[in-house]
Design a protein around this ligand. Structure first.
Ligand SMILES: [Zn+2]
Length: 330
């Protein structure tokens, strides 16, 4: 099975396609919109690669300013596949952010290559796919990258927001897509406060709703309706993680602020300053989740993608020793 997969600067090359990186090939596959998975997208478009992603991923890329010409725009549903020279490529669902997928390449000779992309909750919300060659990004690749509270963090986040809302507006800062996971979670838990969104997030939410997510009662920051709600001080405002350092909107309402990051392993909530907390809500599996995926996928060979890993070599060594699976870092 040597030579079936190459990894080039984080991009995974199978047959005529490169996944989540640039290479001069017919197809560029995007598992989801996060910037570490869409590197050099403009270069792929200029080269003329056809850009393959879920409908929502392609629409969200457009919201983020990526212009894909119609002739290169290839939405691929979960039940569809595309023919490559020596096999078929298809998507499999996963839990990470809306639109994100795993990629499965079934070669005509029976060899199956799987790239997990980013995921969490393997077996429960992310199906574990049997593979011959498995490629994984060990985002939390060291044995001490474990969040023992992972199963409770949704409940913790939800209760904390509800408690704060009784006393004033709440601002939530998180990466693209994680915002939508949180909005969905709040609605599932019957939080009815309106959501106020900056323009890009508002557009993304509209596309998310048109692809079937039910978020309800969200408004663009600049609308007159939002203005009235902001005066009433009962709302949740969302913005990208990077803005929590220096937010320019709605400060006069003296909001509570919540920053979401997975890089926290000791406790689920940590106070950052007066009226501001970090909650360890991640959209990635921790070390144990990564290991579980490899174990149940049961590949003949694991490739740990160094470019998007933390502790790639430690993870590969651990897999070889504990799971007895041949593993290499590329
Ligand atoms: Zn991601």
């Amino acid at each position: 099975m040597e030579g079936f997969v190459e990894v080039r600067s984080g991009g995974i090359v199978v047959d005529e396609a490169v996944i989540d990186g640039y290479h001069n090939l017919k197809f560029r596959v995007a598992t989801h919109i996060h910037s570490d998975h869409t590197v050099n997208m403009d270069r792929s478009i200029s080269y003329g690669s056809r850009i393959v992603g879920t409908n929502l991923t392609l629409k969200w890329l457009k919201c983020l300013g990526v212009q894909i010409p119609g002739s290169q725009y290839i939405p691929l549903g979960i039940d569809d596949s595309i023919r490559l020279s020596n096999g078929r490529l298809r998507f499999e669902s996963c839990l990470h952010i809306p639109g994100s997928v795993q990629v499965v390449y079934d070669r005509d000779d029976g060899v199956r290559v799987v790239y997990t992309g980013d995921f969490k909750k393997p077996s429960v919300k992310t199906p574990v796919i049997d593979s011959d060659i498995l490629i994984i990004d060990a985002v939390y690749g060291r044995p001490d990258y474990v969040r023992p509270f992972d199963d409770d963090v949704e409940h913790i986040l939800n209760s904390f927001i509800e408690k704060l809302l009784r006393n004033g507006p709440v601002h939530v800062y998180a990466y693209y897509g994680k915002i939508h996971e949180v909005m969905l979670m709040l609605r599932e838990n019957d939080v009815v406060a309106p959501f106020i969104l900056p323009p890009t997030h508002y557009m993304m939410t509209r596309y998310a709703e048109s692809s079937g997510l039910r978020i309800n009662d969200y408004l663009p920051l600049t609308s007159s309706e939002a203005g009235e709600i902001i005066r009433d001080k009962y709302y949740i405002y969302f913005n990208h993680y990077s803005n929590h350092f220096n937010e320019q909107y709605l400060n006069s309402n003296n909001p509570y602020r919540i920053v979401l990051s997975g890089w926290e392993f000791n406790k689920p909530i940590r106070k950052l300053s007066n009226r501001k907390w970090l909650i360890a809500f991640s959209d990635h599996s921790d070390f144990n989740g990564l290991l579980e995926y490899v174990k149940y996928s049961n590949p003949s060979k694991l490739i740990v993608n160094r470019r998007r890993s933390n502790g790639a070599y430690e993870f590969a060594k651990y897999v070889e020793e504990k799971l007895n699976v041949k593993a290499e870092v590329r």
